[in-house]
Design a protein around this ligand. Structure first.
Ligand SMILES: Nc1ncnc2c1ncn2[C@@H]1O[C@H](COP(=O)(O)OP(=O)(O)OP(=O)(O)O)[C@@H](O)[C@H]1O
Ligand SMILES: O=C(O)C1=C[C@@H](O)[C@@H](O)[C@H](O)C1
Ligand SMILES: [Mg+2]
Length: 195
């Protein structure tokens, strides 16, 4: 109870929650950046609902992301992703962790920009590769040289992720530390815009 670390964490949470108000908090970034795992922690800390857009797409379609890509192709997947995102961002506050390509699609990006505060979890190639190479659930990385594909995606997408409202560097520290940095970024953005 009297642990100073916990007292600081409480005040951080309260300040971030106040700074967010009724807006949604939306995490964007490449596969493996930590949107889903860090997002879940941030939502718990803020006491707001957590939604992962990939999981929501799988729930409504009753298909896995890989199955959707295989059956309908990427364009149809993006159209569905856009519709799901629009619906998720009506009302708030919610923490929405997006799929890696959501913010890249013009229409979906508009929904996100209108729908709340966007945070780019920015990671370097080694960090991302270390995390994504353990599972083969990501259809875009089913190529001959997935590490190169990931690098190509970084080059193409980083200028677009840059349009997010806030950027937090995702690196090899505990997920709780990353979550704390997201909270601090939300607080700082409010302080800056009020100044
Ligand atoms: N800070 C961290 N330290 C260690 N491992 C992490 C960290 N953040 C995420 N991970 C791990 O990296 C993997 C990918 O993380 P996560 O699924 O959260 O990424 P994502 O951004 O949601 O990716 P996608 O776009 O594919 O959904 C998971 O196994 C997760 O446990
Ligand atoms: O980066 C991407 O384009 C993707 C990332 C995943 O979250 C899924 O949304 C899907 O595999 C596409
Ligand atoms: Mg995810």
């Amino acid at each position: 109870m009297n642990d100073p670390v916990l007292i600081v964490a409480d005040s951080l949470r309260d300040r971030a929650r106040a700074a967010l108000g009724s807006r949604n908090l939306i995490l964007v970034g490449l596969m493996g950046a930590g949107k889903s795992s860090v997002g879940r922690i941030v939502a718990t800390q803020l006491g707001i609902p957590f939604i992962d857009s990939d999981a929501e797409i799988e729930r409504v379609s009753r298909m896995s992301i890989s199955e959707l890509f295989a059956a309908y192709g990427e364009d149809e997947f993006r159209a569905l992703e856009g519709r799901v995102m629009k619906r998720l961002l009506k009302g708030g506050p919610r923490l929405v962790s997006t799929g890696g390509g959501a913010f890249i699609n013009d229409r979906t990006r508009k929904h996100i920009k209108r729908g709340g505060v966007s945070v780019w979890l920015k990671a370097d190639l080694d960090v991302l590769w270390e995390r994504v190479n353990k599972r083969d659930t990501r259809p875009l990385l089913k190529t001959e040289n997935p590490r190169q594909t990931l690098e190509n995606l970084m080059n193409a997408r980083y200028p677009i992720y840059e349009q997010a409202d806030l950027t937090v560097i995702s690196r090899d520290v505990r997920k709780e530390v990353m979550a704390e940095e997201v909270l601090r970024a939300v607080i700082d953005s409010r302080t800056e815009s009020a100044a």
